[in-house]
Design a protein around this ligand. Structure first.
Ligand code: UD2
Ligand code: MN
Length: 348
């Protein structure tokens, strides 16, 4: 081969080499674009630090497929509650995010539901509740997170204030638009009892087994209630002033009516609910001066419940103060520990 020929071969090889390099570089470039697109559009950190789960858009990570809206499965019916949770067989779902958040894999749920539970020293009930409620909510195709709001210390319990705190803390993590405030000891007995919000605030614990599945009194509004974000803001949340057992649920009922809304309840068959039996907890004694179902807790001599309507716009979400202690992400729930202070009439 002469000098000229070897130069031609060298040129050809160089062109082929450069061409393949160019393809590699271009591939890398597109890979980068795809990766960037993925990280912008499909995963978005909610809160920095200890928060481990991410919101997703309705696009599949890399297929760009828009998911359909979720529909309910046709086989919803009576629910078999398990009261004895086997030690080695707690509910598991590998897809579920730490902190007790889950959303359907193949469809978009319209409601983003925060379930808020007031809590102190009820570990055994919480275990039962979680074991039964995760499969229940997943069957209903819910996009939901579980928030257990724990009151620190031994001072009188304040269920309503804890629930207000749960509303605020949950919103720091995700764009929730429906809030279900639930006692830790109440579990629905039928999957058709939809854990969803409605056009009016919903009472969901009106057909309890312990009361023979009958509504105890017409204005009962305790146990489990569901509010859209707008409905809850409209009533300024719960009162913060009910320390000890009773009255806070009746106060909330009055707020709903005063704000011009109605209470919704589904029919008694669908709404059949299990209330786990228990004794009254220490630190949750009756409100001062309450007699039976007449909770006449007072502040500076003024009966709270009687003045519920007058107080509602100054006592609630807009007057809430508490000290956040820490948030703990458990496998099946998020626990928020808070110091909520003490009733005004307790001196230290
Ligand atoms: C009724 C109501 C409840 C609430 C309460 C009066 C129903 C079905 N339930 O429940 O919603 O209005 O009367 O305040 O109408 N808790 C703890 N630790 C404590 C004390 C309470 O975790 O030391 C939480 C727990 O989630 C419990 C809830 O507060 O389920 C309500 O307290 P309860 O179960 O003692 O009251 P109960 O069953 O009379
Ligand atoms: Mn109870």
């Amino acid at each position: 081969m002469g000098y000229q020929n070897s130069f031609k071969v060298f040129l050809c090889l160089s062109v082929i080499f450069l061409f393949s390099m160019k393809i590699m570089v271009l591939e890398k470039y597109f890979e980068k674009i795809n990766f960037t697109a993925f990280s912008i559009h499909t995963t978005k950190p909610i809160r920095k630090g200890a928060h481990y789960w991410f919101s997703q858009t309705n696009k599949h990570a890399n297929k760009n497929i828009t998911l359909p809206n979720c529909t309910l499965p046709p086989d919803l019916g009576p629910y078999n509650i398990q009261l004895n949770v086997p030690l080695d067989n707690e509910f598991k779902n590998e897809r579920m995010s730490f902190g007790g958040h889950n959303k359907p894999e193949n469809c978009i749920a319209l409601q983003k539901i925060a379930i808020v539970i007031p809590f102190r020293n009820r570990e055994s009930h919480l275990k039962i509740w979680l074991h039964n409620m995760h499969p229940f909510l997943q069957k209903q195709q819910a996009d939901y997170g579980i928030y257990v709001i724990e009151q620190h210390g031994n001072l009188p319990f304040n269920r309503a204030k804890l629930l207000n705190i749960g509303y605020k803390e949950a919103l720091k993590e995700y764009d929730y638009n429906c809030f279900i405030f639930s006692d830790v000891d109440i579990i629905p007995m039928d999957q058709r009892n939809l854990y969803r919000c409605s056009t009016n605030p919903k009472h969901m614990a009106h057909a309890l087994d312990k009361f023979n599945f009958r509504l105890l009194y017409a204005t009962l509004f305790g146990g489990v209630v569901a509010f859209t974000k707008e409905q809850f803001l409209k009533v300024n949340g719960f009162s913060n002033l009910f320390w000890g057992w009773g009255g806070e649920d009746d106060d909330l009922y009055k707020r709903v009516i005063t704000a011009g809304m109605q209470i919704e309840r589904m029919n008694n068959i669908i709404s059949k609910t299990k209330a786990i039996p228990h004794k009254r907890d220490p630190g949750n004694e009756d409100n001062p001066k309450s007699t039976g179902f007449q909770h006449v807790a007072t502040r500076n001599g003024e009966p709270l419940l009687e003045k519920a309507a007058r107080r509602m716009y100054t006592d609630g979400l807009n007057s809430l103060n508490y000290t956040f202690i820490r948030v703990m992400k458990h496998r099946l729930y998020t626990k928020v520990l808070v110091d909520i202070g003490k009733p005004e009439n307790i001196e230290q």
